[in-house]
Design a protein around this ligand. Structure first.
Ligand SMILES: NC(=O)c1ccc[n+]([C@@H]2O[C@H](COP(=O)([O-])OP(=O)(O)OC[C@H]3O[C@@H](n4cnc5c(N)ncnc54)[C@H](O)[C@@H]3O)[C@@H](O)[C@H]2O)c1
Ligand SMILES: [Zn+2]
Ligand SMILES: [Zn+2]
Length: 364
């Protein structure tokens, strides 16, 4: 089958790879109908996150049809339409039972193979899903596929960010970064009842989407976002800061805009060695800080309910729908935010299973 693989930072290829096979009784094989490109893929693409084996299939957002299940899979069968969270989880270990499925003791991240171990990604025609019963979620009948797909990562992550930041009725939320994750954090903050959402970015299309989802856009290219947010809050600062970028600058801004006793939730994947504010500054602000990988599996039913309720047209974030073979161009468009690129979906053109040279190079 064909997939997008990463061989070195910047060296992304559309190529023939090994066909995924059932390895354990609890596995399923899913035919990918829709995949996506996430901001997290850019970290490995640029080498900010390292460790992937050359030739790893990238991608962790997907929706598709179950093609085959192992003998131990009970909840799904061939033909079911499913959406996956971006990591697998067992549903039974202590982190899973606590709702922290992202830290499942048996969990794996799609698109991360290191030292020969791990899971191939979903920017591919087909993908192997371990722990299928406790990982996959059925797509509700009649739901549009694009918003359903977005529940597996960005909407769940936005919801995780908004809840972690303790957004609630009457609260003022500041969202730093209006990429897909920040935009879904805005949608979630509105769902949770925020009285105001101030959203910072500099990309015009993204700020326009922020406004469409109910935020007050703050263009950091045209004004000082800290000054603006302090002005808007009578000098006090926001109650909740939702960081959705992953850089020291975004983290510092999220900290600075917060009122004393406020809560900062950082879902950007950070690769800096240290926080950009000191323990003393955090103390002086009585800061609560939450961060980490989103436990998407435990939030997906709620994300799907947000989609069903239809209060926000979340699939409006999708700017590009491309076949997998345009993967290298898609990464370039999304990375450099060209042509209004906000979110790319991939629709693989399926070839018959096992087609292509059986001796072809690529990950197994
Ligand atoms: N915690 C999780 O589980 C999880 C899940 C998904 C994505 N992520 C991470 O979330 C982050 C965002 O993902 P995305 O897909 O939206 O990425 P993205 O790169 O499309 O979006 C980032 C946005 O932030 C803006 N930005 C950059 N610097 C800024 C600053 N200093 N202030 C304000 N805005 C700034 C950019 O213009 C861009 O629109 C990434 O780091 C990604 O890895 C984390
Ligand atoms: Zn992601
Ligand atoms: Zn578990």
């Amino acid at each position: 089958m064909k997939a997008l693989t990463l061989h070195a930072p910047g060296d992304l290829r559309f190529e023939e790879v090994g066909e995924p096979r059932l390895a354990e009784a609890t596995d399923a094989i899913v035919q990918v109908e829709l995949g996506a490109l996430c901001g997290s893929d850019l970290h490995v693409f640029h080498g900010r996150e390292r460790g992937l084996d050359p030739g790893t299939v990238l991608g962790h957002e997907f929706l598709g049809e179950v093609l085959e299940v192992g003998a131990g899979v009970e909840r799904f069968r061939r033909g079911d339409r499913v959406v996956s969270p971006f990591s697998t989880s067992c549903g039974a270990c202590p982190p899973c039972r606590a709702g922290l499925t992202a830290r499942c003791e048996r969990g794996q991240l799609f698109g991360w193979v290191e030292g020969g171990r791990g899971l191939q990604g979903a920017q591919a025609e087909r993908v192997r899903v371990p722990l299928a019963d406790s990982t996959l979620v059925e797509v509700p009948a009649g739901m549009d596929l694009e918003p359903a797909l977005l529940c597996g990562d960005v909407l769940s992550t936005g919801l995780f960010c908004a809840e972690s930041a303790e957004v609630g009725p009457g609260r003022v939320a500041a969202v730093v970064g209006c990429g897909p994750v920040g935009l879904m954090a805005i949608v979630s903050a509105r769902e949770l009842g925020a009285s105001r959402v101030l959203a910072v970015d500099s990309v015009p299309e993204r700020l326009a989407l922020a406004a469409r989802f109910g935020a007050e856009p703050v263009d950091r290219g045209a004004e000082d976002p800290l000054e603006r947010i302090l002005d808007e809050t009578a000098g006090r600062g926001a109650d909740c800061a939702l960081e959705a970028v992953g850089t020291p600058a975004s983290m510092e801004l999220a900290f600075s805009v917060l009122r004393p006793g406020g809560t900062l939730a950082a879902v950007g994947v950070h690769t800096a060695e240290h926080l950009p504010f000191s323990p003393a500054a955090a103390y002086d602000r009585n800061l609560t800080l939450r961060t980490g990988r989103c436990p998407a599996r435990s939030l997906m039913e709620r994300a799907l309910a947000i989609v069903s309720a239809g209060s926000a047209p979340i699939a409006d974030i999708v700017s590009h729908r491309l076949p997998l073979e345009e993967g290298p161009r898609a990464y370039e468009l999304f990375d450099r935010r060209l042509e209004g690129c906000t979110k790319v979906l991939f629709a693989p053109r399926p070839t018959a299973r096992g087609s292509g040279s059986p001796r072809s190079a690529g990950p197994r």
